[in-house]
Design a protein around this ligand. Sequence first.
Ligand code: ATP
Length: 509
Amino acid sequence: MDVEIPKVSLSPQENEMDILIRARYPLIYMVSWEEARAEALLARMAQRQGKNLFFWSATRGLAEHPFPGTGNAADPIQALEQVAVSKQKALFVFKDFHPHLQDPKVIRRLRDLVTDLKSSYKTLVFLSPLLTIPLELEKDITVIDYDLPDFGEMASLVDESLAQAKGKVPFEFNADDREKIVQAALGMTLSEAENALARSIVDGPTLTVEEIKDTLLKETKQIIRKSRLLEYFEAQQAFADIGGLDLLKHWLEKRGNGFSEKARKFGLPEPKGILLMGVQGCGKSLTCKAISGLWKLPLLRLDMGSIFGQYVGQSEENMRKAIKTAESVAPCVLWLDEIEKGFSGSQSSGAVDAGTTNRIFSTFLTWLQEKQKPVFVAATANNIQQLPPELLRKGRLDEIFFIDLPTETERADIFSIHLKRKGRAPAAFNPPLLARLSNGFSGAEIEQCLVEALHNAFAENREVSQNDLETALRDTVPLSTTMAEDISAIRAWAQERARPASSSPTPNS
Ligand code: ATP
């Protein structure tokens, strides 16, 4: 008979762990950076279920909690032997066991142990920040991602830190301020948030909500940098920096408040994401950057190249980690540039790279379909052939937009934007004429012509003129000339599957 569990309200994760242990799941893998917090949870759980608690680590061996001192069996196989012979009702928590899970002897010992554990009141828990499961144990291990602190836990930490700051530095916070601080700290571990709060308090001489939020933001950027899978972009681009693309801009502007509580109450689902596909150099990446500026959300770029790791299972773990990190910073925009490059091969039988790409892609798709956190995915693609069809299925993203070469009016706009960015008054030039002369040019090529004209003028030690620009345009053969066939193919593809980003008719190229 199982032990009677007192009825207390548990967090959903604590509840899940409780059920797994009572249902005698033999091996549980708890993924967490927060060892102390996870240990406290396991101690509560052991107490509630009337079980003894043992911790194992490579340095301290296997020792019963809370007795201090070092146990024996620092050797993993010996430690597993002790678990096997133990007659106690107990949780055995193995910390940072992941490197040993590569050892064939350890794998075999664990497989032998599984049957024994299923018919006992013993559970083995791996507690580690990294998830690496050998294929042989996949069916026996249950993974729990120990979530970062929720609002309540973070609020307690903020209250504690502020109580300690009393008398050391002057401040006055109301309930609203406190909530803002807690919100800004969400997404961090308790110790990261504690450090950031301590830093703001020590910084003095005063303490304001803005100062605390700034320090917390610095900490968030550190977290992202340390993940090495994501890159934090400061939002510098505005919609005013993009020429044309009126329909796309309008669509995005309408969803500006899409992540708000008000939108939820109104019955709106949270925006999921968009795919921007189209001709090279026409503003796909530029638009992704501008979304974060428009919505005032952090922009994180996922570098698909960094996801692929050299060890078995590492790439999948990297993908999970990147998603978790993005979620911890939510609401945010997650930018995936040239998504088809990262996922090409997922349509193959898996022979290309032993199915790794396929598994990473499914992890990503499943997350996209089920994601609960406000992470807006902004993906771009150039090559329709390599685009996995599953990505285009309804429900995965909100919309697919096609960005064509700019029309004449749009090109005039782009000239004016770039002239202004280079500190020149568009009125001193003739943007409509330049637009007429640049038929078939992409935004990137227009920018390049301007740079060329500036170089020429600079070399002759004079100001750039309309004539310099016209010469640069005449000397350039746009990609659309050499890639006419590819562009026609993209247009034909997009006509049936994507929404136009611009209301202007398709330009002739
Ligand atoms: P690629 O597929 O080659 O990455 P892309 O569509 O993502 O192309 P961007 O990187 O956004 O193109 O564009 C390159 C540069 O060209 C931009 O940084 C910007 O300076 C300029 N540009 C392109 N399109 C526009 C536009 N519509 N308005 C203003 N500038 C533009």
